[in-house]
Design a protein around this ligand. Sequence first.
Ligand code: ADP
Ligand code: MG
Length: 583
Amino acid sequence: MKKNGYIDSGVKSIRLMHEAEPKMFRKYCIFVLVHGLSWTIQVVATQLFFDTAQNFYEGRAKVWFLIFTLLCMIGSYALTQIMNGVDNCFANIYFLAIQKHNNLKIFKKIDELDCVQFESTKKLDMINKAVSGSNSTAWVGFTLIDVFLFYTTYFFSMSIYLFRLKPVLCVCILIVFIPCYLTDLISIKKFRTLEDKSAPIRRESEYYEKYASDIKETRMLGVTEHFKKLFCLKLNKLNDMIYQTQRYKKMLQIKMNLMQVAGYGLIIILTMHYVMENDISVGAFAAVFSSIGSLFGFMSEVITERIGWASENVGNVQNFFEFLNEDLKQKKIVYKADSDSIELKNVSFRYPSAESEALKDVNLKIRSGETIAVIGINGSGKSTLCKLLLGLYKPTKGDISFGDNLKNDSKNLNASAVFQNFCKYKISLKENICISNVDSEINSDAFRAFCGKNGINVDRFDCGEDTILSREFGGTELSGGQWQKIAIARAIFRDSPLVILDEPTAAIDPLEEKKLYNKFLEICEGKTAVIVSHRLSSVQIADRIIVMDNGSIIEDGTHEELLALDGLYSKMYHLQKETYIFS
Ligand code: ADP
Ligand code: MG
């Protein structure tokens, strides 16, 4: 990582904190500053009280002044405690506000991403890293503010105090601080190396643990013992590495602590010496004595916990900002005026991480209101074609244009679709369906009628349309078939001119699928509909059937035309006819 990466990430983190909540940012800075100062005020108040006590004992101070200085000292201790609580509590509340702000930024960026980017493992990794980096960003920002406004204020004001008392005391602290800081840097580096080395071993051991506890296949194969052995082997290696590093760290820590104790002792001895020589007052001795513990405490806290943690997490922060600064040039959807068809001209498509094209030189025209069925074996490119027809993916080569009737906004088509892995939202039945058209208002009766038309009987649900579709939230769990009906109803409710079903029916039998597709096309009367299946019995009713093979359209025509062609469709049809009884 570049050195200026630390500074750059730090500045950006603080700027983001300010952008999230400027008022809270200012308040937090003030709280931290007062908190830092309160520790030194405490030291000065302690000295004042002990000096007054000595003066009082020698008859040079009045009792009311002694009581006043006592109250001042108690007040300064109370102030430190109060500021500590306020600081921590406010940081937690402020963190939530920053987290929300950062998440909204990530959501916005994800929304700007082309859908095809989600097919790239590199981009998915980047998103995951950005999400985990978003929280680190806030804490790195807090750490920097604390370092500059709390620790620096405290150390600086204490240095002035000690310097004014005796410059040599200030030098003693520096002598302890520098080796402690270096020791810690070494241990951080050691831990980072351990993390890099142990990550693959940890992943391997996790896999073996998973395989060893698999109650189905592993037990059936009788290899549980084998995986247990491999798991133990990896775990031992991992533990050994952790032990070595921990031992190294602990030894360093012991040395650091000894150094601190030596520094601590040296300062006490020096101050005692100065008291005896009458160079400093008894009050100053008491103040130094009572504050030296916190001084060294803060010193190791800022080095070990705060700066150490921030430098370990600066990589995460960089991931977050890199993702936010990603240049996303999206290809726009091309609409053709005076046209109501979808037209693909020499379209080819390649997935970001794939070596070969998933679609090759596809030419296709779908007229408005047409019902198209797409068939082909697994991997022939059916789903990819659907995603291009929905405008989710843009062609790598060739052109695709859409009729004006499909216009929604510059980014989206007015279309709806149900895929194999459709969403099963853990919300109410009504919301599950109406979510595709959130602006619409539908009353209970109309909703019931709509569901009825789509083969869903609302009365069968415990709480009617308000039934939550998840047992987790006290609702009902649905079968695969019921979910499919809901997903299809959701797509239809959107009331868009283009609807695509990409095999959402894989979990049900061919006869049921045929019935569902028939019903779907009946409801979609007048819309452009595309249905995908590898079961030929379901697709005969379509206006046109497209047969795909290895990313290309190899046949295109009605059921009868394709049978007459005696090509792949006819071959598949006769093969499946022997397997299924068509109704
Ligand atoms: P179908 O829907 O007909 O089963 P797909 O359109 O899903 O076929 O896939 C077409 C081809 O593209 C296949 O060779 C498949 O391996 C490949 N493919 C699908 N998704 C991805 C992806 N995310 N990354 C790389 N290749 C993919
Ligand atoms: Mg598919």
